[in-house]
Design a protein. Structure first.
Lengths: 250, 127, 117
């Protein structure tokens, strides 16, 4: 007798309903299956209309983020056997508008990533020409920001963040961590340019250090720490500006 | 074709244990403020003379005072522990390529806490 | 470039949080358990001793003042965000005024009390 388990999945088809519903599917239980395998099975064998994002199946592309029993996870990294025989509830990541079924609109996130200026910025006149060769960086300098470069843009951190859920103007964990990745890169000189986003009211100062972003991050980026460190450096800047106003201005 | 915006309930923090613990951590600040007021009243009583101060000190023996102190202590200890445990997130130190272990950073604060507590106890009770 | 004035409140919040974390537990044990139950050397918090300690030394007053007022700002900042987090964001300006105003009021009250000892 083949074992099965139930997946209760969020459905939303804007062309035929104005409110989402939940649909329960019965899938085979296999020891080595992850939630994504079960969802692919549903699409292949039961209901081809189920819509969702996925790609690499190995936790590096960041496409398959979903709420699994109310916790944001990569569906390719969650084993059915950890929930069997209980029912699993699957919803789109919290905090984002839903386009269809498990597909959410990520435009806001994409805008935030570009706003943070995620590239090496050099001061006027300090660009190295090709002839001058590459920017030299030691392993120790790399170690300082490497963790923040591991982000796969899966948005689990945004789904875990109650501040973002309440107010989507918040820059959010991944965007700020990405900003810090460049701020802490020894080759970069663009920290001041990024402060417009980072040190604003919608930036780090909205964060209340819940810490869930870091808890759910599949790549151990620790965006919460990135944000708190930005609070410290921004505060030091602020005091410098206030106490030493005659200092060098940009 | 419209996108659907899921409403966020104001009791979002009740939905998961980690969120509940977060909210408890945030509420410790109320007990911190409460003890500040207590200390302020204590100092105020000092300005009101030996009798008023003595009455205030005697009231510390009442069951209500002890109960409030114990509840406050539990919440303040929760603040202390969560506070120190978060210090390694903010204080990120490197020795070359190696990051100073997080346990060491937090541990230093705990040790500092014991030292400060001993000094405060000595000053307030003994010296 | 000062993008926002949050840093001042966050600094006070951090300083107050550290003061509360380090010093409050032992103080609470003293005023809540040791002294009421007579577990410390005979009546160390008696009027004579404490009044003398506070009045004869301005540093004692200053430290006491800091121990009382900084954690008030810790409460103000944290409580403000707690109220916002439970959905009161629309009232955030009023909340900020009440919270930081409360801490400032407590600071002024403390200053007056210490001035008058």
């Amino acid at each position: 007798m083949a074992e099965t388990m139930q997946l209760e999945i969020f459905r939303y088809r804007p062309e035929k309903e104005s409110e989402p519903t939940f649909q329960t599917f019965e899938v085979p239980f296999r020891e080595d299956w992850v939630v994504l395998d079960a969802i692919n099975h549903i699409k292949d064998e039961i209901d081809g209309t189920l819509s969702y994002r996925w790609s690499c199946q190995m936790g590096v592309c960041g496409s398959c983020g979903m709420m699994i029993n109310n916790v944001p996870k990569l569906s390719c990294a969650v084993f059915l056997k950890d929930y069997y025989p209980d029912k699993i509830r699957i919803e789109p990541l919290t905090g984002f508008p839903v386009e269809r079924d498990l597909i959410f609109e990520m435009d806001d996130f994409m805008t935030k990533l570009t706003d943070i200026q995620p590239y090496i910025i050099r001061k006027e006149g300090e660009e190295r020409s090709l002839e001058e060769g590459e920017y030299i960086q030691s392993p120790a300098e790399l170690a300082h920001f490497k963790q923040y470069s591991m982000c796969i843009n899966c948005m689990l951190c945004y789904a875990a963040c109650p501040v973002y859920a309440l107010d989507s103007t918040f820059a959010g964990p991944a965007a700020i961590a990405l900003g810090q990745r460049y701020n802490m890169d020894s080759r970069d000189q663009g920290r001041d340019a990024r402060q417009e986003v980072i040190a604003s009211h919608d930036g780090i100062w909205e964060c209340t250090f819940v810490g869930e972003c870091s808890a759910v991050c599949p790549k151990h980026v620790d965006p919460a720490a990135a944000i708190q460190r930005a609070k410290v450096s921004s505060t030091v800047d602020w005091f410098k500006d206030v106490l030493i106003p005659w200092g060098k201005k940009k | 074709m419209s996108t659907y915006h899921r409403p966020v309930s104001n009791t979002w923090w009740l939905k998961r244990k980690t969120y509940i613990l977060f909210m408890i951590r945030e509420l410790t600040s109320v007990f911190v403020a409460g003890y500040c007021i207590f200390l302020l009243v204590l100092v105020y009583k000092l300005t009101q003379g030996a009798d008023a101060y003595g009455d205030f000190m005697a009231a510390l023996k009442s069951p209500i005072s002890v109960a409030l102190h114990l509840i406050t202590l539990i919440f303040v200890l929760y603040h202390t522990i969560t506070w120190f445990n978060l210090t390694p997130k903010i204080l990120v130190l490197y020795r070359g390529e190696e990051r100073i272990p997080q346990g060491l950073v937090a541990g230093t604060f705990y040790v500092g806490w014991v030292v400060v507590s001993v000094i405060v106890a000595w000053l307030v009770l003994g010296a | 470039m000062a993008k926002s004035n949050e840093p001042i409140w966050w600094s006070l919040f951090s300083a107050g949080g550290m003061v509360a974390a380090m010093i409050f537990p032992i103080l609470i044990i003293i005023t809540g358990i040791l002294v009421p139950f007579g577990l410390a050397s005979d009546d160390p918090l008696n009027f004579e001793r404490i009044h003398t300690a506070v009045t004869q030394n301005n540093y004692v007053k200053l430290i006491f003042f800091i121990v009382i007022t900084l954690p008030l700002f810790h409460w103000a900042h944290r409580f403000r965000f707690t109220l916002v987090d439970v959905g009161l964001k629309s009232m955030s300006t009023l909340i900020s005024i009440l919270c930081y105003g409360g801490a400032i009021a407590g600071t002024i009250a403390s200053a007056i009390v210490f001035w008058n000892i």
